[in-house]
Design a protein around this ligand. Sequence first.
Ligand code: AQP
Length: 330
Amino acid sequence: MKVLFTGIQPTGLLHIGNYFGAVRNWVSLQHQYRTYISVVDLHAITIQYEPREMPGAVQEMVLQLAACGIDPEKTLLFVQSEVPGHADLTWTFNTITPLGELERMTQFKDKSAQHRKNVNVGLLDYPVLQAADILIYKGEVVPVGEDQVQHVEFTREVARRFNARYGDTFPECEALLTASPRIMGLDGQAKMSKSKDNTIGLLETREEVWAKLSVAPTDPARVRRSDPGTPEKCNIYSYHKLVTPEPQLSQTVAQGCRTAGIGCIDCKKLFLDNLMKELDPIRERYGQLAARPEKVREALDANAATCRADAGRTILEVKEKMGLARTWKI
Ligand code: AQP
């Protein structure tokens, strides 16, 4: 079985960008690969955070992933900081990574602009830790959203460089994108992102979603109800594509917009109905899991032990190849 690795930060509630851009794909892929899914708390501490809130945030993320359909008894769902090898391998990779490459990373530029008072080395080193996350399990397939593709490319480069310097060790992994790799935020201006406050949360109720959706911009050319619109210019239409089945999508929604057969409010209500059909069961499952988190917690412990063993084997191999394994005897 090929190895799949992916990660997600324990930073609050999942949003539909995470879900439709990545997590929904993980749910189906977990049956085809040896799958590692890490809640990457070591990545999350590269920005300001509240230590007292971290354990709750990690648990919340794990339960949300389980509610989405990630099966922690089948899939190696685990917490990154419980496997020390990730940080260990990061140091090794640091020594073969040119500084300039990290400084050029888009996410580093964005995040250092967002967190001007806290541009720490961890923020710069983020892609190296990500490379270690993937390569420590010899990950070959990395299902992510578009924002992470540059980091996966970087990981391939790290693998190539290590292999060239120390001998063939790591595979060159590939990013696996969904049909909707970049879901825009409700503002229609930037990708949906917690830090931009333009999200629809996965666990939000119908009323909460509607409060945000009802005021979200649509095709700017549709000023009056009777104005025909262009679905391709409407952010809500891009959302419809995530949940609205055919022929409703092309007939009622797209055609209705082009001919002004339906108004933007009707169109949004239709999207809301279809979205909630997907989100209601997730919210329900989350409630059940949160009421009894013991089973998931036990699976997490077992998964961390497996990951430590797998990671340990790679670390040993790396040490041997780098001349760091003790071969002399007393
Ligand atoms: N808008 C998006 N569209 C498609 N995919 C997305 N992903 C994130 N946002 C979108 C994908 O979700 C997975 C988890 O990503 P993460 O842990 O990096 O999530 P995040 O970056 O913390 O999410 P935010 O909301 O974007 O956080 P901030 O604002 O802190 O940067 C990844 O596979 C990611 O590609």
